[in-house]
Every structure is written in C-alpha cells, then in structure tokens.
Design a protein around this ligand. Structure first.
Ligand code: ADP
Length: 484
C-alpha cells in the first residue's frame, strides 16, 4: 500500500524499552489518510500500564546515558540525524499519507526535524556551567548543569516529526531519557523516527514511544513522580490541564501552545514581499501551524492594493492530495478542523465581512477547504480572538501605528507576530511594542533550529531550538567548596 524504499520504517507497534510492543489489551487505534479517508493501518491503544513501563525503563536507562560524555551522546544523535536525512523520502511519504501536507512540505519538515538533532548533537558539548568569584577567600563557587531526569513529551499532528525532534534532541543531548506520546492522527512518523533512533544506537529505554489514549497516557506522564519534566506542544486548553496535573509533583514544564499571530502591513511596506510572506505564513500546512498569520492588519493606504495582490497569489494555490505533483495545499487534518474554519467564516460574514476568495469546502470533498480571503474584518468577529488553524486570511484595516499595536496585542496569546515596513525607526518601535516571543520583520518564515522558538502570555513557557533550548532539560547545581 505504501511505496516505501525501506518498508521496515512503517511500524504498527509502539516502542517501549527497546521492544516493539502491542497494547496489553491487544486493542488498536486506526490511522486515516485525510486526503482519501483510507485507513493506513493501526497503532496500539495503550494506557497507564504501558506508559508506566516506559517511564520505569527510562529511569533505569538514565544512569548510563547521563554518564556518557556529551561527545558520545552527540555521536549517537549525529547518526540519527544522518539516518533521517538518508531516509527522507520514506519519512516524507509517511508524513504526507497520515497528515496530508504536500510532499514537498513533508520533505522540508524532515530536513528541519533532522536539523534539531544535528544542532543539539553539537550543542550538548557546549552546555556547561560557570564559576563565580567567591565572597570568601576560603570558598570557591562552581555551577554545574545536570540533566533533569526522565522527560515525557506530548506532541501534535501539525508537524509530526519536527515537534518530536526539537524535544528529543535537547533532552537526549543533555543526558535525559524521554518517553513520547505522539498525536493520535500522526503516530507513524513518530514510530519511523524510533526505528531510526534504534538503528543509530540510542540505548534501550532512552527513547520510548507510547501510542494510544491521550488522556490516560497524559495522566500517567504528569502524575508519575519519576517524571521530572513534561514538554508539550498543542492547544492552550490542554496545556493548562497538563500544568494543573503537574502541580502536585512540581514538574518542570515546557509548553508551546496556541497562537493568534498578527501580520501587519504598513503603508511603506514592499507589498510584493508582504504578499509573499503572507502566503508562506498563512497557507503553509493549509494554515495549520501555531505561528500562522491569524489576523492580517493592513494600513488603509495600501489595503486595496494588498488585497488584490493577495487574491492573485491565492489563485495560484493548487489544492489536492499531497502526493500529487504541484499540489501546494493538502486537506485539513479532520472534519472538526473544517467545521472550525466554516464557523469563523460564517461569523465574520454575519457581521459584515466580504469574501474575496474561496469561502467554502473544496469540491474535492473529504477535509479539503478552499484557500480563503475575507475583507472588512473587524475586532468584534471571532477570528480576531481565536486561532482559525485553517487556510483563511482575514483582512483588518487600520490607520495608525498605535492603533495597530494595540489591536495586535489585544489577545491572551503571544507566540509569533509579523510586520512589513521599510522605516527603521518604525521597525524598532513596533518590534519592541509587540507582545510575542517571536517577531518576523519583513519575513513570514521564522522557524530555524538555531533560534529560540516560544511564546509569552498564554502561548507558553520555555524555548525550543537554539542554545537556550537545552536549558529546558537541565537543572543547575551550585557547589560551594569550603576549607580552601
Ligand atoms: P490539537 O488541537 O492541535 O490536536 P491538542 O492540544 O488537542 O491540539 O493535541 C496535542 C496533543 O495533546 C496530542 O498528542 C493529543 O493527543 C494530546 N492531548 C489531547 N488531550 C490531552 C489530554 N487531556 N491529556 C494529555 N494529552 C492530550
């Protein structure tokens, strides 16, 4: 069914303590191709006991893993990176089949996903501590950094590989084992990564993948006292719940949650560049990324010109099965996702917005949706407050800088923002005034393994990627050496 060069990358079992396993109950969960509705296969429907087994195995494996030098751990990670790149075609095909994104995007994600493993393979060697001048001549103060311990990760379906590697990479590099629960809709990408981790020489127990019932697995991960850290990417609602569940055992948390990214086009912007950025930021992955432009604010003087150029660019998008050549927008992940986009559009239209492009389900059926642009969108519409997570660009109009900064910040989220301007003074003022963890200035693409990704406000805690990303998996120990 799946035309893989290496069919052994497609696994329908979970990977616990180095053993490819079924659920204790024998139950399974089906996984569907969103472009066709076809069932691709099943994964084990696991729960508390399997999760506990993976956590105990991780703890057992921890001592030997942390005792290795950073260079030795780096060598294993490096091999994993190389295997991911060598198998990029297969990994991309698995991703497109279960997630729907165009094959070219899947390939891009595999390279991006591998880059986190490569980066942290190197960064582990540099994640050292400090010495601090002492207040006493008889003391010396040394700060060492140690791996926090067993980590648990819960990841989403929109980036089935990269959201895993940017957690597992720094965890393993820092000397921590990790137990992962991938999203129910995209477990095969995670399991293929586990096959390659095993081949790369990641020791038994250091990386396990548990598939199945999110709530049950999540409950064990957040309550088990062995787990010292939980890292999650997903919705703010689930993030809040996991934080609550972690409170009794005071676990360290990294949370990459929802966004509501403003994308601002000022009068002095290069409009063609702004359209190109908006296309990349809004329609990549069919609008299903947490840094997707969710609200496009366009200054009155260029509103009509920008809208016309955006309509022309959107007309060139090709919707279809991600496996087909030339397709630039795949299906949404499921019907629920389609309904949310429909609700946002219906609400906006009922309050006076106009459709410039698309606006409805695509003729291809399933969960395909037309790339959509709405004009005359205002702050009282649902799209102003909630993340659409679909291929719909709402165009708001503004007149002054202060007005647009206030509107951009009028949200509980603070992940990414974008703006286009050529005025250096305005660029600094606006970049500093925006309440978000990431600001794209004259660009719609901000993700890279070398820069810190993360939000402020209710978009989350911690940073992923960059030299900061490994700190989330370390604890600081202060050694006070007296009697000198
Ligand atoms: P999305 O809306 O993008 O699917 P979610 O936050 O629902 O975002 O899902 C992200 C990840 O969180 C998935 O792996 C999902 O299985 C998991 N998840 C959802 N609900 C829970 C829960 N109650 N406890 C633990 N994990 C959960």
């Amino acid at each position: 069914m799946m035309q893989l060069k290496d069919p052994s990358l497609f696994r329908q079992q979970a990977y616990i303590n180095g053993i490819w396993s079924d659920a204790d109950t024998g139950e399974t969960l089906p996984v569907t191709n969103p472009a066709t509705g076809e069932i691709l296969g099943t994964v084990p429907l696991m729960g508390t006991t399997e999760t506990r087994r993976a956590i105990v195995a991780a703890n057992d494996a921890w001592k030997a893993w942390r005792s290795k030098t950073a260079k030795e751990r780096g060598a294993v990670l490096r091999k994993w990176n190389d295997l991911m790149l060598a198998n990029a075609d297969d990994l991309a095909l698995i991703m497109t089949l279960e997630q729907g994104k165009p094959l070219a995007e899947s390939r891009g994600e595999i390279t991006y996903a591998a880059s986190f493993i490569e980066w942290f393979a190197e960064e582990g060697k540099r994640a050292g501590g400090d010495t601090i001048p002492s207040t006493s001549p008889n003391n010396r103060i040394v700060v060492i950094k140690e791996p926090i311990g067993v980590c648990a990760a819960i990841t989403p379906w929109n980036f089935p590989a990269a959201m895993i590697t940017r957690k597992v990479g720094p965890a393993l590099a820092a000397g921590c084992p990790m137990v992962l629960k991938p999203a129910e809709s995209t477990p095969f990408s995670a399991l293929a990564l586990a096959v390659l981790a095993e081949r790369a020489g990641v020791p038994v127990g250091v990386f396990s993948v548990v598939t199945g019932a999110a709530r049950v697995i999540g409950a064990e991960m957040t309550s088990n006292p062995i787990v010292r850290k939980v890292t999650f990417t997903g919705s703010t609602g689930v993030g809040r719940l996991l934080m609550e569940q972690c409170a009794p055992t005071i676990k360290k948390l990294s949370l990459e949650l929802g966004g509501n990214a403003p994308f601002i086009v000022f009068d002095d912007a290069d409009l063609d560049a702004a359209v190109e950025g908006a296309m990349a930021s809004k329609y990549r992955n069919a609008g299903q990324t947490c840094v997707c432009a969710n609200r496009l604010y366009v200054q009155a003087g260029v509103y009509d010109a920008f809208a016309a150029k955006l309509v022309a660019a959107v007309a060139k998008l090709k919707v279809g099965d991600g496996q087909q050549e030339g397709v630039t927008q795949g299906p949404l992940i499921d019907q629920k996702a389609v309904e949310k986009v429909e609700q946002h559009i219906a609400d906006a239209l009922s309050k006076g917005a106009r459709i410039l492009s698309g606006g409805k389900r695509h003729a291809l059926g399933h969960s395909f949706f037309e790339p959509t642009i709405l004009a005359d969108v205002t702050s009282d519409m649902v799209v102003a407050r909630e993340e659409t997570f679909g291929p719909m660009a709402p165009l708001f109009r503004f007149t002054t800088d202060d007005e647009v900064v206030a509107m951009a910040n009028d949200t509980e989220f603070g992940l990414a923002s974008y703006f286009y301007s050529r005025d250096i003074g305005r660029i600094w003022r606006v970049a500093e005034a925006l309440e978000s963890g990431i600001v794209g200035i004259n660009t719609g693409l901000i993700s890279t393994e070398v820069a810190p990704f993360g939000g402020v406000k209710q978009s989350g805690l911690g940073r992923e990627g960059s030299k900061y990303g490994i700190e989330d998996y370390q604890v600081i120990k202060y050694l006070c050496m007296g009697g000198i």
